[in-house]
Write a new protein. Sequence first.
Length: 147
Amino acid sequence: MKVLLIKDVKSLGKAGEIKEVKDGYGQNFLIAKGFAKAATNEVLRQFEAEQKKKAENLRLELANLEKLKEELDKITISINKAVGANGHLFGGVTKDEITHALKEQKNIDIDKKSLECDTIKELGVHEISIKLGHAIHAKFKLEVKGE
C-alpha cells in the first residue's frame, strides 16, 4: 500500500514523502492516527496544489519582508524624554516605547520582541536592529531628544 505522509514518522520518513508500507500498518496505524493518507491520484494532486500554494505564500511573505526592510532602513524616528540636571535620562527608552513611536510616526506595526536592543539610557542617535523573520534583519535610526 502506498501512503502520503502528512506528518513526520520516526523510522519511516518526513511529511510529504510517498512510502510503500504493509496494508495493516498503513490502514490501522498511519491513516487511523492521522499520520498519512492513502496515496490516491486525487490526494496527490491535492497535496501538490497545497505545496504550490504554500510556496507562493512564502514568496509573497518574503517579498513583503524585503519591502519592509528597505522602508525601515531609510527611516529615523524620534522620542522625547525627560532629562535630569546632570544631562542623563530619567529611566530610559524601552522597546515598548520604540514600537509605539514607530506605529505613531511611520505607521509601522512591529512586535517589541523582534527588536534587538537594550533599554536606551543616553541621548543621541541610536541604530536599532529588528528581526523580521526568515533570516531578514532591518535597521533604523532612533533619535532620543531631551525635554
